[in-house]
Design a protein around this ligand. Structure first.
Ligand SMILES: [Zn+2]
Length: 213
């Protein structure tokens, strides 16, 4: 608000004996402007809170803000364990390989049966191998033989690291309902444990030595 120096002084308020000086008027205007800004901020803040409470602004995080229950955490761990058994198990030659490295004849990082805990013989980690499969099920690269486009580990692994650092990504996050945090239907531990029990193994049935031998 700009006050022209030539502006007529504001009329004296009723009941006030003395005409306020120009300095006092300007102080008052500054004070009122400040108050208007405060009220505007309060209003915006209230509108945002109302909007959030109506669920208007989804969380930017891929997982719900509420911490999963301990029962869900247990199910999650069992699911991950089953997926490791399924996707990171040794083939008959004693090698566990991600899909990318399984399709290539590069020198393995570790000799058969010599990979350290949590690592595959190709040098990829269990987490990276699970991530590769999860990406493929969401249309990012492919997993099974005969499907040509695969996610190069040079892209896959830094992407996983970024998601872990920024969003605390864990295997299974892509298979959870964004709002409730529960598994998308058919994605819980029992589904994956069932696959392990049934002896369905990507490394034995779909990939690896049987195809090449
Ligand atoms: Zn690999």
């Amino acid at each position: 608000m700009v006050i022209s120096p030539a502006a007529t002084p504001a009329p004296t308020l009723v009941g006030r004996p003395a005409r306020p000086s120009r300095d006092r008027m300007e102080d008052e205007i500054r004070r009122l402007n400040q108050r208007v800004r405060e009220l505007e901020l309060e209003l915006i803040s209230k509108e945002l809170k109302d909007e959030v409470s109506r669920g208007g602004f989804p969380s930017p995080l891929p997982t719900p803000a509420a911490a999963p229950s301990s029962a869900f955490q247990e199910n999650w761990q069992a699911r991950t364990d089953a997926r490791v058994k399924l996707l990171c198990s040794l083939n008959r030659a004693g090698n566990a390989l991600c899909a990318w490295h399984d399709s290539r004849r590069e020198r393995r990082a570790y000799p058969p049966r010599m990979a350290p805990p949590g690592y595959l013989n190709c040098g990829c980690t269990f987490d990276e191998a699970l991530f590769e499969e999860s990406l493929a099920r969401h249309g990012v690269g492919s997993y099974l033989p005969g499907e040509s486009v695969r996610m190069d580990p040079a892209l896959r692994n830094p992407l996983l690291k970024l998601l872990q650092q920024r969003y605390h990504y864990r295997d299974g996050d892509f298979e959870r309902e964004p709002v409730t945090g529960n598994w998308i239907e058919g994605e819980g531990a029992s589904f994956w444990e069932g696959k392990v029990t049934a002896g369905v193994s990507y490394s034995r049935k779909y990939r690896g030595e049987e195809r090449r031998s």
